[in-house]
Design a binder for this molecule. Sequence first.
Ligand code: C5P
Length: 216
Amino acid sequence: MSSGFIIAVDGPAASGKGTVATGLGKAYGLPVLDTGLLYRAVGVLTQRAGRDLDDAAAAATTASGLSAGLLDDPAFRTRAAGEAASRVAVHPQVRQALLAFQRDFAGQPGGAVLDGRDIGTVIAPAAPAKLFVTAAAEVRAERRWKQLAGQGEPVAFEDVLADIRIRDARDSGRDSAPLARAPDAVLLDTSQMSIDEAADAARRIVEAARARWEAS
Ligand code: C5P
């Protein structure tokens, strides 16, 4: 891996990690990869190919054929895509097929920001800046509920909360690269924070990490 400044942002669904990652990318002039989008694409494209999400080999074949140019589809941002992503993400073969793409992105000479579930633990364990962004399940469900309504996909709040709980349990409980805070990741609980407050808090954490990294 290169010696670029890598910022790893992990956390559960709708914790604010995507917003935090985008803000950090702008602040430091670094490219940002939303790794959840890779799993969402694999889920949706596997279904479109008429294959079962539990079919690890079929999902891994989809993952191997993925390229950056395929990631723009708005269908990957839907509620169903999040659920499909979490189901294909349990397969070690799928994770393995997406590893090189993510490590290459992280290894860009100037550095990069990646957000996901296993960036600080598996993809870039040596990243000099690691955040674990979280929030109470009810708060995350409310954010996701508003986001889905804004996308023209109105859903009952209780259903979104149930989705979040199922996804948390599946992502944290799987054997392969489960959602977990790296021991050296700084915890950022955004439950009581506005978007701007979360972005500022993340910036302070990364500033401190950058100072240590520059001094090392
Ligand atoms: O972050 P997002 O909600 O888009 O992620 C969708 C799903 O993709 C997650 O619930 C998780 O199962 C999976 N994922 C993962 N590892 C990552 C990013 C996402 O397993 N690095």
